[in-house]
Design a protein around this ligand. Sequence first.
Ligand code: IMP
Ligand code: MG
Length: 179
Amino acid sequence: MNKDIERILFSEDDLKAAAKRVGAQITKDYEGKNPLLVGILKGSVVFMADLMREIGLNCDIDFMVAKSYGNAAVSSGNVKIIKDLDTDITGRDIIIIEDILDSARTLYSVRNYLLQKNPSSVKICTLLDKQVERAFDLKADYKCFDIENEFVVGYGLDYAEKYRCLPYVGVLKREVYEK
Ligand code: IMP
Ligand code: MG
């Protein structure tokens, strides 16, 4: 185990099983459809790679980078799209793929931004759902795990761009970010 990790929350086997379970659920719900998976970079990349191979449908993929600012709960116009979609999403069934829902601020803005482009539907699939009081009215339609309000890394999730390559999700030692 990496020396900066306090404990492993989800092992490679746990993560594989979760992607399988959620992939099967999506396969069933979108039967006969051609959903577009939209990965929010960079944290979602490992989860998305596993999940997309568990969906037994013709899926397309695309990616976005976004930053929100100001009060997104009041206005939906305050999201800065750093990298937009390459795909025309008019009439498409969109599934946003996220690593972790915390305040949900960014995703709230991203969803509103995508809704303006007249997709057929927009759903949210997250690997982790942090159990926190949320100012933004947003719930995951699909999720792998609920977690406590702890800082976690690995399987795509970072702290200052580190630890994304760890094959498991672990709790980062406090001394790493409090020093
Ligand atoms: P939100 O907009 O507050 O929901 O923030 C979500 C983003 O913050 C995620 O996509 C992550 O990039 C980052 N984040 C929030 N909590 C954690 C964590 O525990 N570990 C790593 N990144 C996190
Ligand atoms: Mg991040």
